[in-house]
Design a protein around this ligand. Sequence first.
Ligand code: SF4
Length: 509
Amino acid sequence: MAYDGGSSFPEHEWSAGFVPVLNGLEGVDGAYLDDVAAVKRALEQWNLHAALRATWPADPAGALARYQIPLPAETLTPLFDAEQGDRLRQAVLNGEDLVDLPLALRRYLAFMRELLRWRDHYRQTCEPAHPLMRAWWHRQVARIRSQLGPTKADAIVHAPVAFELNSGCSVGCWFCALSAPALQAVWPYSPAHRQQWQAILRVTHEVIGPAAAQGFCYWATEPFDNPDYERFLLDFHAVLGRFPMTTTALPMRDAKRTHALIEQHRRLDPGLDRFSVLSTGIAARIHAEFSPRQLLLTELLPQNKGANPKFRKARAGRALRAKTGPNQLDQFSKAPTTIACVSGFLINPCEHRVQLMTPYPVSPSSPQGFQVLATGQFSSAEQLRDLLESMIASQMPMDLSWQAEVRLRSDLVVSSPTANQLRFKSAFTSLNFGGVTGATQFAALLSQGAMTAAELAEAREQALDIPPEQSFFMIDQLRQHGLLDETVFARSSSAYRDSDGSCNERAGG
Ligand code: SF4
């Protein structure tokens, strides 16, 4: 389902004089767009330049003049001032309009509120239609929310599929959380590949459902490394009905090409794109090349030296290595983090490979911030369909097997505050289950770990005469809430059939 900012734009926003922007800029008053775009660009400058942030407190007007920001300081003070900025952020999260602010800033904040609604809509439409995959997907959403906390978790859309059209990446960022290897090959849009690509898209739609349209065509790859990238996107749009988002670190490699891609996106199916900005020099070229209005629907991600620490790179993959000295243990961030956003399939036709993956907080077992639960090779769309279906069947069973290992996630602490209450605490959430007979023993058994569902049920039956079905129901409830370690779980459930009929154990993540 495409985002329809018009029909879902709240009545109170309309009546306060705000209008939807994410559905396209056609028909929106030019002065309104200029206000939003000017504040957006000023904020980009703020986030890119340490010197602007440093000189602002003593001389706001001078700082704005030096960075050619054509807005009065009064408009930007509420945004740039640390204390007032927190008030603004909170108001956006609460969906509130602050009527005391300058009009241009209020219009920009209305755009921010629309972006949050758009992101929620995006995540909702990523829900797969396949019942097993849908239940699995919801477990991943619940797990990440309790592992990262709601603020970080809400930024993860859990796309059910992503595609890579190259093997490796030419950019080689030192901070690459996905540790993308050097570019090895691109997948050209030959007549045979065109047919194969369209068939792959149809297969993903048939298996996953309409949510396949929420996928995108990059992961540990740079979209513009593939000279035919846009042709693949046009097929994506024709088959799945949506023009996918692009994130590129090379917007200035061929500015004409970037302009054309942005314009095509707006024309066919307006939505967001993103530029990763690797240096202030590139930022200056981007700002000289694209007007604020042209970049209204393109987010700039400052990755340059001196960028606002709020955009600090996730300590994952190569960034983790870069922070770790020789003979040192990995220097993980204290706060759990990940940049991964796919709970589903990563399909690379260039390498004939499909992986089932889901985000995990960066740790020794997930140094890149995700886990690969299964991997396989395919050489045709039909083989891909078999692989997707066998991965779903083996890694996402609806019902637990009695022999499945029941292990609590390692970040959880279980307790029984009362004789019939179970409590599961993560760093961010606390979940209580009431009416649990023998809760104290249950908590102790779960803390011990390394038991199968059958062993756990038997222990409860022997100690307290609890029918095994009751234990099994409780274990299933824990699983549905994402409290069990599914990586253990998926491994114990079975291997799956590879494209050549051989069996392939879960790959490490
Ligand atoms: S961050 Fe993106 S552009 Fe940079 S190396 Fe990794 S995949 Fe390539």
